[in-house]
Design a protein around this ligand. Structure first.
Ligand code: SF4
Length: 388
């Protein structure tokens, strides 16, 4: 493929696909979005993505922007005349990716697609593309594949062999919410059941298959944080999900949801903080500080809010607490817990300064909720920072 054809392919990719329409696919959605907003001369199909293999420019694209479904929030829905439709053959897309990768413009692929002739036929084309990239071009790097609604078990298995990560996007946390977002998607038969299969396949392979992610569209149809995090917890425990993405709803013109108010980005942020507490800090969903309406307070870090309610009057003794208790303390994350457990075998922890030397960047945030060798450390006024 010569320079001219690469330019043509990039133009085709650029014209057909607005990358901001995609869900984030890496481990840092905010960085990914920032990379999309600061673009000078970078093709729209390329985003800087934090993957388990490092931060890299990833080609995020679709095999086709045509779709026979009509999900209410989606710019690619059937019948939306403002969407430019673009279709690639598996060969064509694989070749373009190979060329871009060899020229070091990208190092990683996220491949999705609109649905044409059903989820099974569409998944076949996604698999074909990944097979060509892996086999014909010998690419060993990062591939993230989307699993289409209704894909068959064998197709999910093959996709998980070819990819580093697969996404099966549930979109709504319950059948009722999904029905309001995407009336033609079947919650269990096409989506949740496929996630459960993917989890089974990964367990059977003892982890030697792609990791699994999902995404929710947040705030368009009355979904609550309690619903979203209850389903997230179920998927974490039952499927072994690596990652849940929360995408704050943004109305797209000329869709049935164009007049619904956008969801505040802060809500998305609180959901991410809470999902990390479930995934990395062994929290249960019941421990999160939901309000009566089932949502989290927007102005409070959930871990801080829990500590204010539960630890201010009954602080944790750092010299004695178990791992799980230590993880409840603001400013103390999993790495800090390990450092504390190791350090207290050697020395008595009596000063906040010692915590700083163990890698805890803001020990004053922990101060109101701990004792050090039986004494409360000096305290400042409560702060509400990020979850740690
Ligand atoms: S199936 Fe996917 S691409 Fe098609 S309308 Fe729904 S969300 Fe959009």
């Amino acid at each position: 493929m010569g320079v001219r054809s690469i330019r043509d392919t990039l133009q085709k990719l650029d014209q057909g696909i607005d990358n901001t329409s995609f869900e984030p696919v890496g481990d840092s959605p905010r960085r990914e979005r920032r990379s999309l907003s600061r673009r000078k001369g970078i093709p729209a199909c390329i985003a800087n993505v934090v993957t388990p293999k490092g931060t890299m420019p990833v080609m995020k694209t679709m095999l086709t922007t045509a779709c026979e479904r009509d999900c209410h929030y989606c710019p690619f829905r059937a019948g939306r005349s403002q969407t430019r439709r673009m279709t690639f053959q598996p060969d064509e897309l694989a070749k373009a990716f190979d060329e871009l990768q060899r020229r070091k413009l990208v190092d990683g692929l996220f491949l999705s697609s609109g649905i044409i002739k059903g989820g099974v036929a569409t998944q076949d084309r996604i698999i074909d593309t990944a097979e060509i990239i892996r086999k014909r071009y010998g690419y060993r790097g990062y591939i993230h594949l989307k699993i289409m609604p209704g894909a068959e078990r064998d197709q999910i298995h093959r996709s998980m062999q070819l990819a580093d990560r697969v996404s099966i996007n549930l979109e709504g946390p319950t059948a009722e919410r999904l029905q309001a977002l995407a009336p033609k998607k079947e919650f269990f038969a096409e989506m949740l059941g496929r996630l459960l299969w993917a989890g089974e396949l990964r367990r059977e392979a003892e982890g030697r298959l792609a990791s699994i992610a999902t995404q929710f569209v947040v705030g368009a149809v009355g979904d609550t944080d309690l619903e979203l995090l209850t389903m997230s917890e179920r998927l974490l425990r039952q499927v072994g999900l690596s990652r849940t993405y929360y995408s704050a709803f943004t109305p797209v013109p000329h869709t049935p949801m164009e007049n619904i108010a956008p969801t505040p980005p802060r809500r998305e942020f609180r959901l991410y903080q809470s999902s990390f507490l479930l995934r990395d800090y062994s929290w249960d969903v019941e421990e999160l500080p939901f309000r009566h309406d089932g949502n989290l307070p927007l102005n409070l870090d959930p871990k801080q809010a829990w500590a204010e309610a539960n630890l201010r009057h009954t602080p944790i003794e750092l010299m004695k607490a178990e791992r799980r208790q230590l993880l409840r303390v603001p400013a103390i994350g999993p790495r800090a817990v390990e450092a504390i457990l190791a350090a207290r075998q050697q020395v008595r922890l009596t000063e906040l300064a010692q915590l700083r030397s163990l890698g805890i960047r803001a020990p004053e945030r922990a101060a109101p909720f701990i004792t050090l060798d039986g004494r409360r450390p000096p305290q400042q006024a409560p702060l509400f920072g990020a979850t740690d």
